[in-house]
Design a protein around this ligand. Structure first.
Ligand SMILES: Cc1cc2nc3c(=O)[nH]c(=O)nc-3n(C[C@H](O)[C@H](O)[C@H](O)COP(=O)(O)O)c2cc1C
Length: 372
């Protein structure tokens, strides 16, 4: 793999990149010779400092990355305004009634305010807040990749990162966005098909990857969305990608900090149980189907709120569902590869299995096609 451009760009052994909010997963991917990238969506600067310090201790001199929600467009609100009290009352009532009807217990009245305040304090998506997280990331020399989740980073941030030798990538679900990232001077793009977990577009990986590769060449492209085995990795390379970027497949590893309840739900889920829903953030995102996601597409459901208000609304629902252990209502971001996540594994094993099947596929492909 040493001639692979992504391996050369980062000095890594295998072109396997992985996204996770969980530091153990990130560190393990990097330790296995790939590059782990930490999602920072729910971290305060203090928590992020703590997490990155821990990762530094695990990875020696190996590189890792940080994924930031750097919003371009955002309904600017003061930090204090991200409050349940500022939500449309009809939405709050509908959601509460829906959970009541499902038998999901209310939060204990005496604890409710404190629980909500604690959760809401983790909900920051303003450019100012992203800037504070960035400052933290820049204090950690092993951070060699910054990935922007919501568009190209502004030029002043890009300059700052490049001056520090940090490569910058951005997620894209559309060729038009990939071209903007190229024009903005980014180093790589991650072409994420609709199969993926989290915020997704509508174009499938099979169509998107070669479109993006051709549009931005010679800029390197990581293929994301639906990769969890070696044949999919081989397909990504066949379609022109230079490496792979996986998110969902780590959910089934012992390093993942998902609850045991959630893991068990994922082990049982089929590919078509990963549905696109606006119910978590207001933007379309792929998540595990549950009674909660289903309720939001019922005829009586209100229109989901814009970002960040839907996330604010979702906070109480999530707390109620988790505390009540209401399994039917539990959900988390996951892509269609969920159908392949059937039992607990480890990050190392997942990577080993992917690489083994990849090598086998590459070896046998000429014979298999019958055209060699
Ligand atoms: C739980 C979870 C949360 C995610 N949150 C983000 C995020 O905050 N920012 C981001 O750029 N991508 C996020 N993603 C998407 C991943 O970066 C990745 O592109 C995607 O998971 C790849 O497709 P796959 O799920 O089929 O592997 C998330 C994925 C998962 C599984």
């Amino acid at each position: 793999m040493t001639n692979n451009p992504m391996c050369q760009m980062f000095g890594i052994e295998i072109p396997v990149f992985g996204f996770s909010h969980c530091r153990n997963v990130v560190a393990e991917i990097t330790r296995a010779g790939g590059l782990g990238c930490l999602g920072t969506a729910y971290y305060t600067p203090e928590q992020l400092e703590w997490e990155l310090k821990w990762i530094d201790e695990q990875v020696g001199d190996k590189p890792y990355g940080v994924n930031l929600l750097l919003p371009q467009k955002y309904e600017t609100v003061g930090e204090g305004a991200l409050d349940i009290a500022n939500l449309p009352p009809a939405h709050v009532k509908w959601q509460s009634d829906m959970l009541d009807a499902g038998g999901v217990a209310q939060l204990p009245a005496q604890e409710r305010d404190a629980l909500l305040a604690a959760e809401l304090s983790r909900l920051h998506m303003t450019p100012e807040f992203a800037g504070e997280l960035l400052d933290v990331a820049l204090r950690h020399p092993n951070v060699k990749l910054l990935v922007s989740a919501l568009g190209s980073p502004p030029p002043h941030i890009l300059e700052r990162l490049h001056a520090r030798g940090i490569k910058v990538g951005a997620m894209t679900g559309k060729v038009e966005h990939a071209l903007k990232h190229k024009a903005a001077g980014l180093d790589l793009v991650i072409a994420q098909g609709t199969e993926a977990a989290g915020h997704t577009g509508v174009v499938s990986s099979m169509i998107l990857w070669p479109e993006v590769v051709d549009a931005v060449a010679p800029m390197p492209v990581l293929a994301a969305g639906g990769i969890g085995r070696g044949r999919q990795m081989a397909a990504a390379f066949a379609l022109g990608a230079h490496g792979i970027w996986c998110g969902s497949i780590w959910h089934g590893t012992r390093e993942s900090d998902l609850t045991e309840d959630m893991k068990q739900l994922l082990y049982k889920a089929k590919s078509d149980d990963a549905v696109q829903t606006r119910s978590k953030t207001g933007k379309p995102g792929r998540m595990l189907r549950s009674k909660y996601t289903e309720a939001w597409v019922r005829p009586d459901a209100p229109k989901t709120l814009a970002m960040p208000w839907q996330s604010v609304l979702n906070v109480e629902a999530r707390l109620r569902i988790d505390r009540a252990r209401a399994l039917d209502y539990m959900t988390c971001p996951v892509g269609q590869i969920v159908g392949r996540i059937n039992q607990e594994s480890s990050v190392k094993q997942v990577i080993y299995d992917i690489l083994e099947e990849f090598a086998d596929t590459m070896e046998k492909l000429p014979e298999k096609t019958g055209l060699a």
